[in-house]
Ligand binder design. Structure first.
Ligand code: PA5
Length: 446
C-alpha cells in the first residue's frame, strides 16, 4: 500500500480532459531548470542538503531544552504555520483534558492583550523561548523578541541566555548578530530556504522535537517523496507533484479562481492554514494565481460547503483523506429504532461515509477534484504530503511564469508600517503616508 492520488474526477465539466497537456509538454525545459536550480543549491526544501547537519544539531540541543515545561515560539507566517500544523496533528494533548505537558505556545501576532496575557501566565523559569526568523529582521518577531528578552532578564538575570534559542539565517540578519553578541543557542535556516518552505527544517522540527513528535519520520517521509526529483530531475514529467501543478495551472487557465483544500483528516486541519499561506504567498503574483480555501471535514459541511456545491462554479478541490481508522468505540445495540442502522458500527465510520458523500457531491456539482488518499495519518505520511504540496506549488509557479519563492507585494505594507513607527530610511513611504492620511475621508458611523 502507498499514498494515492485519484485523478478520476480531476478533469471534468469546464476543465476538459486534455486541459493539462499543454503544461505537461513543458516537462523537458522545466526538468532542466530543476536540475540547474538543485545543482546551484537554490531549492534546499527539495534536496534537503541540510538534513544531516540537522540530524546532528537537533539532538545536541534537545537535552538543553527538554527540561523546560513550556516552549514559547516567536515567529510569523512561514516561521509559525508549519510548527502549528505539526503540533496540532501529532501533539494535540494541550488542547485536551488533563494534559501534563509539555506545552507549545506560538505567538504569531502582535495582539498586545494576548501577548501580555501569555507572558503574565507563563513562568520564565519554566520556559524556553524559540525566536524563529529567516531574515532576522521581521518587525513583529523582533518586537516580541525585545519584550521577551526583558521578561526573561527581569526574572533570571544573566541566565536569560539559557532560555533563548534563535532559529535564523546562518550568517545574516539582526538575530544572527544577537546570537553572536550574547552566545545564544541557535539553529540555522539554510540559504535559499524561505519561510513557507522551511517547516521541515529546524523551523518546524525543533518545536516538534520538543513536543516529542517523531520529527525524523517527518523528514523521512519528505525525503521519500522528493528523492526521485532530487536524484533524477528528468523524471519531473512523471512525478505526482508536477501532475498536480499541471492540473492547478489548467484550473487557473479555465477560470477556476479558487482552490479548496478540503481536509478529511480532522487532526490535520491546521495543515489547511499552512497550505493556504504556501499557495497564496507563492502564487499570487502579477494578477495570477488561485485563491486557496482551507476547509475541514466534516465540520465545514455545515458551513461553507453549500457555497462550494452551489455557489459560483469557480472552484477546484484538493480532497484529503487517510485510510487509517482510529481505534474507537462502536454504537450499542440498543439505539432508538430510527437510528438502529448505526448499531455495531464504529464511530469512525461516520467520517468515512461523510467524506465519500461530500466527495461525490462536489464532483457531481462540477468541482474538478483531486483526491489525495494517504495510507495513514502518521508523521511520515505528513512529511510526504508537505513535500508533495511544496513541490507542486513551486512547479505551478514555474508554469505560471512567476517566481514562487518571493513575496514582493507584501513588502509595501511592511515598509509603510516601519515608516509609521518612525524607522529611518523610508522617506517615500513617509510622504505616501502623509498624503494617504490627509485624504478626505468618507465616513458612516454605526
Ligand atoms: O513564507 C515566507 O517567506 C514568509 O511568510 C515569512 O515566513 C514571514 O514573512 C516571516 O519571515 P521571517 O522568517 O524572515 O521572519
Amino acid at each position: 500500500m502507498a499514498h494515492c492520488i485519484e485523478w478520476s474526477r480531476a478533469y471534468t465539466h469546464r476543465l476538459p480532459k486534455n486541459a493539462g497537456e499543454p503544461f505537461l509538454s513543458r516537462r523537458k525545459d522545466l526538468s532542466e531548470r530543476l536540475a540547474r536550480e538543485l545543482a546551484a543549491g537554490e531549492l534546499p526544501f527539495l534536496g534537503m542538503p541540510y538534513r544531516e547537519k540537522l540530524r546532528e544539531d537537533l539532538p545536541r540541543l534537545l537535552p538543553l531544552i527538554k527540561p523546560f515545561r513550556h516552549m514559547l515560539l516567536l515567529g510569523i507566517g512561514g516561521s509559525a504555520l508549519g510548527a502549528r500544523a505539526i503540533q496540532r496533528a501529532f501533539a494535540p494533548g494541550q488542547d485536551e483534558p488533563n494534559h501534563a505537558g509539555p506545552w507549545l505556545w506560538i505567538a504569531d501576532n502582535v495582539c498586545a492583550r494576548s501577548f501580555e496575557a501569555l507572558l503574565g501566565k507563563l513562568h520564565p523559569a519554566d520556559t524556553v523561548v524559540v525566536c524563529v526568523s529567516k531574515s532576522g529582521g521581521t518587525i513583529e518577531t523582533l518586537a516580541q523578541y525585545f519584550l521577551v528578552k526583558d521578561w526573561l532578564r527581569a526574572a533570571t538575570g544573566e541566565r536569560w541566555r539559557e532560555h533563548m534559542v534563535v532559529v535564523t539565517d546562518r550568517t545574516r540578519g539582526y538575530l544572527r548578530e544577537e546570537v553572536l553578541r550574547h552566545g545564544l543557542y541557535s539553529l540555522e535556516v539554510p540559504d535559499f530556504l524561505g519561510g513557507r518552505y522551511s517547516a521541515l527544517s529546524a523551523v518546524g522540527l525543533l518545536p516538534a522535537a520538543f513536543l516529542g513528535i517523531d520529527w525524523q519520520s517527518l523528514l523521512d517521509g519528505a525525503r521519500d517523496l522528493a528523492l526521485p526529483l532530487a536524484q533524477t530531475p528528468a523524471s519531473l514529467g512523471v512525478h505526482p507533484s508536477f501532475a498536480l501543478a499541471c492540473w492547478a495551472k489548467a484550473l487557473e487557465k479555465h477560470r477556476y479562481t479558487q482552490l479548496i483544500f478540503f481536509c478529511y483528516i480532522p487532526s490535520w486541519a491546521a495543515y489547511g492554514l499552512w497550505f493556504a499561506q504556501l499557495w497564496a504567498e507563492s502564487l499570487g503574483k502579477n494578477g495570477k494565481g488561485t485563491m486557496p480555501v482551507p476547509a475541514v471535514g466534516v465540520t465545514d459541511q455545515h458551513s461553507v460547503n453549500q457555497m462550494f456545491l452551489d455557489g459560483p462554479r469557480d472552484k477546484g478541490c484538493l480532497f484529503l483523506t487517510s485510510r487509517s481508522r482510529p481505534q474507537c468505540g462502536s454504537f450499542g445495540a440498543d439505539l432508538p429504532e430510527q437510528w438502529s442502522w448505526l448499531s455495531g458500527k464504529p464511530f469512525s465510520s461516520l467520517l468515512e461515509a461523510e467524506a465519500l458523500g461530500t466527495r461525490m457531491a462536489l464532483a457531481a456539482s462540477g468541482v474538478p477534484l483531486v483526491h489525495l488518499d494517504m495510507e495513514d495519518d502518521g508523521p511520515r505520511a505528513a512529511g510526504a504530503l508537505m513535500m508533495l504540496l511544496e513541490a507542486a506549488t513551486v512547479f505551478t509557479g514555474w508554469l505560471m511564469d512567476i517566481n514562487p519563492l518571493d513575496q514582493p507585494a507584501v513588502e509595501m505594507g511592511k515598509r509603510l508600517a516601519n515608516a509609521r513607527l518612525g524607522a529611518k530610511g523610508y522617506p517615500g513611504e513617509e510622504a505616501g503616508l502623509a498624503a494617504f492620511l490627509a485624504e478626505q475621508r468618507q465616513e458612516q458611523m454605526f
